[in-house]
Design a protein around this ligand. Structure first.
Ligand SMILES: Nc1ncnc2c1ncn2[C@@H]1O[C@H](COP(=O)(O)OP(=O)(O)O)[C@@H](O)[C@H]1O
Ligand SMILES: [Mg+2]
Length: 462
């Protein structure tokens, strides 16, 4: 790249500041929309290419193809103005080859099924754009193992996200509220250093701010909170996690219970959300008569404790199932029920009662033949089910109203439910694109609770 060309490439003040952060620190670009984050990723890639020549191997990832096309355009503008036609883009493979031999791949990562495309490959710079589209961090975290380079060469990850996406909560927790902007901090789990670099559209001299604001206003007319998040890059908006504010580990998590220790009057039943290519989730539910649990805590009458969990997700994949048949699943469910000395019966989602084909009957029939008995969870809107779940989560720990408690042994619950997002179009509902199977199963467990109590008086007085 000649100096004359370099002069034509002009970073915004935000981008210039980002370029100054030492390479040993990973970056989180987390501002509002239009703050020049994506373009900044392209600039970081260009500098990496300039610095490391043929050792530079860059991977840029985005969840959707449409988003990828936008970024492709940014790279065409930038890389062609830097290297002219000597930088070559292969539009089929989405790979840039630079005169020095450096390469940059633009890829799509929709879900676990795309992961094998990147597995086992080495990259020296990993760029994740729109990271907020990922409801859970697990897939992105796994990609970090692909960051490897020759000795002495810094390897780095950069993630960019706007607030208010499905991943709002985990991102806010991990990158935004950890330290002040531009103050590097160490991520406790991995020990890696990160810094949060925020920007908003008014920091971007390359757009017409008034026009941009009008566009954003037009794209979310009925959602002032979303608009505020996009304009101001504020991560404290009441967005993101659907159960944030009602689910609290201190209040809702209980130490694992042992089978066979339950006092009189406790009722046990199963709740089940079916899946085969998606995970299925089954809980052993204990409903309190109003008394002590084996942990000597008092559980008000009607409280529900999920004491055991069977989640058939592939190890390390929250949203991919083990492809079990109903028969195989029934075996595992019976085994779990045996362990707890209970009859394998309970409630399940409506879908498994649908007849499929004249011979086979329904999935519920298959379960029945295999010795597992389900009733459909009580009809009612998803909405009222979620309301019950939220209310009972919130009421946990109160002495006089039923609460919802979940064993710490329910790993799949704790790996998914706290991070589930809101439906962007229906904020009162869950974003169903995320791994919502544990939440669904839990909701069925509680919808059973909504059965009207038998009016004893009338029966007696008859
Ligand atoms: N240094 C730059 N030079 C020229 N145009 C830029 C520069 N930085 C950003 N832009 C333009 O500003 C617009 C918004 O930037 P973008 O990076 O897409 O924002 P964000 O990803 O934060 O929403 C884009 O059209 C982009 O091309
Ligand atoms: Mg962007």
């Amino acid at each position: 790249m000649t100096t004359e060309v370099a002069e034509r490439i002009e970073p915004s003040p935000f981008q210039a500041r980002v370029l100054e952060v030492p390479e040993s620190i990973n970056l989180f670009l987390g501002g509002g929309r239009g703050g020049a984050k994506s373009y900044c990723l392209a600039l970081m890639a260009l500098r990496h290419v300039e610095q490391y020549g043929n050792r530079a191997k860059i991977l840029y990832l985005r969840q959707s193809y449409r988003g990828l096309a936008d970024f492709e355009q940014i790279t065409r503008d930038l890389f062609h103005s830097a290297y002219g036609l000597a930088a070559k883009f292969n539009a089929t493979d989405h790979v840039w080859k630079f005169p020095s031999g450096a390469v940059m791949e633009l890829g799509q990562l929709e879900g676990v099924n795309d992961y094998p495309k990147y597995q086992g490959r080495s990259f020296t710079l990993l760029l994740i754009d729109e990271a907020g589209q990922f409801a859970a961090p697990s897939l992105l975290d796994r990609l970090r193992s692909n960051l490897r380079g020759p000795k002495g060469m810094p390897i780095r990850e950069i993630r960019a996200a706007n607030p208010a996406g499905p991943g709002h909560q985990w991102i806010a927790q991990r990158y935004v509220f950890r330290a002040a902007p531009w103050q590097p901090f160490q991520e406790p789990k991995t020990g890696a250093w990160w810094v949060h670099c925020p920007s908003v559209f008014t920091d971007n001299p390359f757009i017409d701010a008034d026009e941009y604001r009008r566009q954003l206003e037009a794209s979310c007319p009925a959602d002032p909170e979303l608009l505020r998040a996009w304009l101001s890059g504020d991560w404290s908006v009441s967005r993101g996690a659907y159960f944030a504010g009602v689910l609290d580990e201190d209040r809702n998590a209980v130490a694992p219970w042992e089978p066979g220790k339950l006092g009189d009057g406790w009722r046990m039943y199963l709740s089940h959300d079916f899946g085969s290519s998606a995970p299925s989730v089954t809980y052993v539910c204990c409903e309190s008569p109003g008394g002590e649990g084996p942990d000597h805590q008092f559980y008000p009458r009607g409280s529900v404790v999920l004491v055991d969990e069977l989640a058939t997700n592939q190890p390390g994949h929250l949203d991919a199932g083990m492809q079990y048949t109903a028969v195989r699943l029934a075996d595992e469910i019976r085994e779990m029920a045996d362990r707890w000395g209970m009859r394998p019966d309970g409630v399940a989602d409506d879908a498994i009662f649908a007849q499929h084909g004249s011979q086979a009957g329904s999935i519920a029939d298959e379960f029945k033949r295999a010795g597992v008995y389900f009733m459909p969870a009580k009809k009612g809107s998803r909405q009222s089910g979620w309301e019950t779940m939220r209310r009972m989560l919130q009421d946990a720990g109160k002495p006089d109203v039923p609460g919802l408690y979940i064993s710490r042994s329910a790993e799949y619950f704790w790996a998914t439910v706290p991070y589930l997002g809101r439906d962007p179009r229906k904020p009162e509902d869950l974003d169903t694109r995320a791994a919502d199977h544990a939440a669904d199963s839990c909701r069925y467990a509680l919808t059973r609770q909504e059965r009207k109590p038998v009016k004893v008086q009338r029966i007696v007085g008859f």
